[in-house]
Design a protein around this ligand. Sequence first.
Ligand code: SF4
Length: 490
Amino acid sequence: MTGPTTGTFVGMPAFPTAARTALADTQLRHNLAHATGVIRGKRAAVVGEVDNWEELRLAGAAVKERALRSLDTHLVQLEESLTARGAVVHWARDAEEANRVVVDIARAHAVDEVVKVKSMVTQEIALNEALEASGIAAWETDLAELIVQLGGDLPSHILVPAIHRNRAEIREIFRRRMGEVGRPAPDDLTDEPAVLAGAAREHLREKFLRARMAVSGANFAVADTGTLVVVESEGNGRMCLTLPEVLVSIVGIEKVVPTWAELDPLLRLLPRSSTGERMNPYTSTWTGITPGDGPQEVHVVLLDNGRTRALADETGRQALRCIRCSACLNVCPVYERTGGHAYGSVYPGPIGAILNPLLRGTGDPQTDSLPYASSLCGACFEACPVRIDIPEVLVHLRSQVVDGHREDRIPKPEAVAFRGAAWAFGDASRLDRVERLSSVAGRILRRRGRTSLGRLPGPGSAWTDARDLPAPPTESFREWWQRTDGGERP
Ligand code: SF4
C-alpha cells in the first residue's frame, strides 16, 4: 500500500512561489474577482432570506459530527444496506486500490471509455490517468470539468473548476479541441453562454448515448437506506447515473449521513451556500439496483485515502464535515487573488489549505506551505454552512509544521530568529543589553534620515521584499521609564 494520493498536482511549487506567479496574471485576477464577486452576492441574498440560518448551520454541523463520531458503525450499516439492494461494495485504503477496482470492472466489461460525473474524488485519486494507462478513455460531463479536460488544464475551484477561464478562452478551447475527441464545435460558435452550453450539450450527448459504463462520486451516502445522493445543476449527473449499464460510484468514507431524515438540513444548506440557489436543479438518489430501470450493475467503492488519518486528529477532524459547497473559497481574500492552482491540489482555497495536510500529513514543503496560505481573517468560518472553524485548524496545523522542523540540521531563518528572541527575553540583563544596542542602531539610522531598515540581506530579504521593517526606536520602553520616572517627568 502506498501513501494517500490527494490530488496534489505533481511538481507544483510551494504556495508562496505559485501565488507569486498567479498574482502577476492580471487576466486571471480579473476573471476571479468577477466570478467570486457574483457568486458571493447571490449567496448573501439567498442566505439572507432564511430566518433561522444559524440554527440550520448548527443542525447541519451536528448531523455530520454525529456521522463522524460513529463512522465505523455507519459504514458497516451502509455496506449492509447497499448489498441488500444489489450493489457490490469495495473498500479502498488508497488511490491505488480504488483505481484498480475501477480498471478491473471496466476490463471485465471490455469497455474502452467511461463517462464521469461529480468527479472531485476521482481527481483526488487520479483515476483518469489510471484509466488512460489501461487504454480506457474517461470523459468529464460537467460543463466546467469538460472545459478543464479539453483545455489540458487543472481545476481551480471546487464548484466551478474552470473559474479562471473567461468566455473567450472557453470558445477557443471548444473550437480547438472538441473535434479531436468527438463531435466538433459548430462553425458559428460564439462566446455567448447559451451557445457555448449548446455546443457542450451536443458534444456530450454523443458520449452519454454511447457509454456503457459511468463513474460517479456522491455528495452524501445514507447509511440506513443505502442511498447515494448527487446534487448538480446541469442534468449531466442524471444522464450518467441512469443511462449506462454499469455504474461505479467512488465515495469518500466521510460522506456518510446516518439516516435519510438527516439529509434535510444538508440539502437545504448546500445549494444556498454553493450556487446561491434556493434549491438544486437536479437531486439524484439511487439505491442499489432496480430491475429494468437504470444501471443493472452497481459498484460502490468506499475510499479512505487519508480520511482515517484526518479523523484521528481531534482538532482537524472537523474538516471531514465539509460538504464541498465552496463558500469558503468565494469569500477568501487570498483565494480571490491567487486562484486555485496556487494551492497545488484538487482541493483549493481555505478548505484545501487544511484538508490536504490532514489527509497527507505534514512534512512535504508544498503541503507545509498551505496552512500559511491564509490571513486568518475568519471569513471562511463565517461562510461555512457546517461551521468548520478553518482558522482554528490552520493554526493547529501551523504548529504541526513548526514541530516537524524542530530537529532540522539546518534550522529555518525564522527558527533562528525566534531562538535569538527566546535567548534575549530569557534574562533581564541580556534583554537590557539588546535594547541598548537596538536604540543605538535606531539613533544612527534616524540621524541618517532613515525610518526603515530597507532590504535585509540573505534570508531576511524574504520578509523585507514584501513588508517594510521600521528602524528600531531610539529609546526602549525601559529607558523611557527610567528617564521619565514612569511618565511622571517630561
Ligand atoms: S469548508 Fe465549509 S464552506 Fe468550505 S467548502 Fe467545505 S462546507 Fe463549504
